[in-house]
Design a binder for this molecule. Sequence first.
Ligand SMILES: *Cc1c(COP(=O)(O)O)cnc(C)c1O
Length: 455
Amino acid sequence: MAKQYKYQLEESQIPTQWYNIAADLQNPPAPPLHPGTGQPVGPDDLSPLFPMGVILQEVSQERYIDIPAPIREAYQNYRATPLYRAHRLEAELGTPAHIYYKYEGVSPVGSHKVNTAIAQAYYNAEEGVKRITTETGAGQWGTALGYACQLFGIELKVYMVRVSFEQKPYRKAMMNVYGADVVASPTDSTEAGRKILAEMPDTTGSLGIAISEAVEDAATRDDTKYSLGSVLNHVLLHQTVIGEEARLQMEMAGETPDVVIGCVGGGSNYAGLAFPFMRERLAGTSSMRFVAAEPASCPTLTKGSYAYDFGDTVGLTPLMKMDTLGHDFVPPAIHAGGLRYHGMAPLISQLHEEGHIDAVAHGQVGVFEGAVQFSRAEGILPAPESAHAVRSAIDEALKAKEAGEERVILFNLSGHGFLDLGSYERYFAGELEDYEYPADRIEEALKGLPVVATA
Ligand SMILES: *Cc1c(COP(=O)(O)O)cnc(C)c1O
């Protein structure tokens, strides 16, 4: 029989509902706390920042949530995304493992992020919001939200981490194409930015700092709301279209994954693929393994603490119980591969704490080596972030080879790396070094965790 490489769904098979894993957790999630009072936050506390449609999803316990028609229509532009069997990579590795990957790089902006950007722009537009602020690191999120805001006629201001603003001019240009106003963070136009600049005039910026600025901008203007591209429950919810499609596609392939892999920055693309497969594990009827791959230079799950922390650097956001490296964390500028956030989605953190998700940290040299090997076999150029998942998938396939086992591996290829070729060039020039974030600096940063009187 001829080998099948690609599994495609019909338009009618695009999911009509998102899957909310909050309904199936074994333990109740720790509530987010107000940064001032330390009390659990309610919907009203969040309303200066988010539209009510999004807030209700953030706290929802419904297992399935209908996807509104205008969002499904926008999804039809690029969904369902393809699932591939990596026959050529398997042959190259000489592994008995079957490797499958779901490819989100076919979206107009080149990553999964647009799945939630469209949903968030829609709920804002529904409630009459005219302007949105956000932060972006490598620029993928700002690009996705720029496109989504265009679709729904909303103005967008992006606070872009300074080091990326300087190193990734094409991402900035792409946001400008979609009509977004992009500034290098920290700026001197917010109180948060001025405070950071007074303390650290030469800072390269961080996601935590950029979030402080975007949140302050939104909270101080009536016509503006704020939007976050990862971490929060509603963002992970929107991404579950990935896993719901992948389930159908794995059925077409006649296989069930033994292990489901993804890279984690804030945790959204991985949750999107993994959560729909985790239902059975949480119900106790499956022992499928789940592996989250992160960079050794920002080792949130493998080296962080599971504790309440702020989502931003200045301390404007609610406190969330999550794996964190401390909100003061500034990633090393040497790091090429994205995934730089100090915290992790509370849902991913809890499932990691409960033993449902294993975490691995990769050095960046091995990550790019795996990405190049993957590209030469499969043709697709992974985003450096996605390359962490590629590395983990290759490692799993090599372990299967050693054990002589036919393992089924599924991973998420969250985006393409066409705008990250500078990092590939640095890899080929031998300029990338492995950098493990020093244990004593993590310990130092964790001393700055807010003290919370837990009940
Ligand atoms: C932003 C991004 C990530 C990391 O964010 P998550 O919320 O962890 O998914 C991973 N891959 C790509 C391509 C990205 O743009």
